[in-house]
Design a protein around this ligand. Sequence first.
Ligand SMILES: C[S@@+](CC[C@H](N)C(=O)[O-])C[C@H]1O[C@@H](n2cnc3c(N)ncnc32)[C@H](O)[C@@H]1O
Ligand code: SF4
Ligand code: SF4
Length: 361
Amino acid sequence: MDDLIDKPAPPGDDKPIDPRRYFEAAAVRAGGEVETPPVCLYLEVTNRCNLLCTTCPRTYAKLEPPADMSWALFTRIADQVPGLTRAVLHGVGEPMLVRNLPKMVRYLKDRGVYVLFNTNGTVLNEKNGRALIEAGLDELRVSFDASNAKSYIKVRGKDYFNRILKNVKAFRALQEREGHLKPRVSAWLTGMKETIEELPAFVRVAAETGVREVYLQRLVFFDQDQIGLARPDQALFESMEKGEAHYLKEAEAVAKTLGMTFSASGAASEPGMSLKKRGDSPWSLCRRPWTVMYFTANGRALPCCIAPFSQHGYENYTLGDATQDSLREIWNGARYQDFRDSLLSDQPPQACASCGLRWSL
Ligand SMILES: C[S@@+](CC[C@H](N)C(=O)[O-])C[C@H]1O[C@@H](n2cnc3c(N)ncnc32)[C@H](O)[C@@H]1O
Ligand code: SF4
Ligand code: SF4
């Protein structure tokens, strides 16, 4: 997940779309059809995974039948958005388990798309790393989610921390040795009370692997059933205590000393930003339903990458099926229109109410 903080579109802005601020391109209104196609596609290239993260809905429920996205479905979706700006090749699953991944990246790069994905880094090696470099991948975001092996097991369910560090270090060394500027590699930590004190150490560990960018990602949690570590009491939102704020400041200082960039997920330029509450109806700031389409490995259209983390049950917010309908039919279909309308109302879809109101990290 990423870019969780959306902003309203600036009026009359006809500059080219920045792939990192794509959501600003939306012309937002209730009712009727949306003239512009999505600028960003999330394609869940697989829903398989080799970890059991205690923050992830996949660990606690079978969301859909296990699948990798077929090449036919992938191209069918991508070909329907010829002017696409940005593609994110992960959903709820581990994208680097997919054999076709470099081919998918190449297919999108040949069409001028900015391509990235998050990975757990467990299977990154010289062969698949090289294939991704050659395919032209723009960004590789590695979920460290801890600063040491002990807390890694707690958060990610398996004892792979040292393996990930080794993989990332080798990949960064390869890039430096051969002068590959892309993909930009970043390290991510999902912010929780459980791990906030590790933030400065996390920055140091990331630096040791050769990564230059670190990100603090906000925890999205289920409102009703409280599972694993994706619980309200783990989120830092509105409950940042003095000591916790101190770790954030210290991590910023460490990053500065080491010449690294440190940001919170989304467009916030300083990490603390995403910890603060954003008004009484924060969901109304969200522009995803006007800019983004998300497809599961089986072709199901969802509003965004956050919904699976904030509300159980895909049925509650399924907006279409790319194996049956065209993207245009889905994008301007009754379910999408209703979803947009309710997002602009006082009674947002349930997934959005908990996503926005719990604007935690
Ligand atoms: C669902 S994963 C898919 C990609 C890959 N499997 C990985 O873990 O990086 C995408 C991102 O969501 C993060 N994540 C997991 N649980 C989360 C939660 N409850 N809130 C926010 N981010 C979460 C992961 O750490 C990862 O960076
Ligand atoms: S967060 Fe990523 S690595 Fe962890 S279980 Fe979910 S999909 Fe797998
Ligand atoms: S759950 Fe709703 S408010 Fe949250 S990012 Fe998705 S569409 Fe936006």
